[in-house]
Design a protein around this ligand. Structure first.
Ligand SMILES: [Zn+2]
Length: 145
């Protein structure tokens, strides 16, 4: 058995992303934006989003992150839907480094528990909800139904 997942500090996790990657999260300041709540995902996927940001920032290769050449890659929305990680934002062409980073993140999330970050896969709960989780988290979820 695995222990309980430690309580996740969403506010701190979001603040850290905003501080490190202001060029990618500026749309959160637009009240009607889908980014105004930040990434709508579970704790287990936060490391994937961070790595995605690192890869995009490396690909942009601009020193000044307030430069429009950097901010034009800002995310429009990051969320979980039907158990999958969905990232909306500008991508370069297929095969480009930013396109590839998006692809990597969505693929990685499909095998990572959204709750705890361990290896996971798509699960369907007893209530018919789709989620990418590990087995212990899926059991936990079903038990709390
Ligand atoms: Zn899990």
């Amino acid at each position: 058995m695995v222990g309980p997942v430690p309580k996740f500090d969403y506010a701190a996790a979001k603040a850290a992303l905003y501080a490190d990657f202001p060029h990618l999260f500026w749309q959160r300041q637009i009240p009607q934006s889908s980014m105004s709540y930040g990434p709508a995902i579970g704790p287990g996927w936060y490391p994937i989003i961070r790595e995605l940001c690192v890869r995009i920032t490396k690909a942009i290769d601009v020193e000044d992150l307030t430069d429009p050449k950097a901010t034009k890659w800002g995310f429009a929305q990051i969320k979980e839907k039907y158990g999958e990680l969905r990232i909306y934002g500008p991508r370069d062409g297929e095969g480009g480094p930013i396109y590839e980073a998006y692809e990597w993140a969505e693929e990685e999330a499909s095998k990572t528990c959204e709750v705890c970050g361990r290896a996971g896969d798509m699960q369907v709960s007893s209530r018919g909800w789709y989620a990418t989780t590990c087995q212990p988290c899926a059991d936990e979820n079903n038990n709390s139904d």
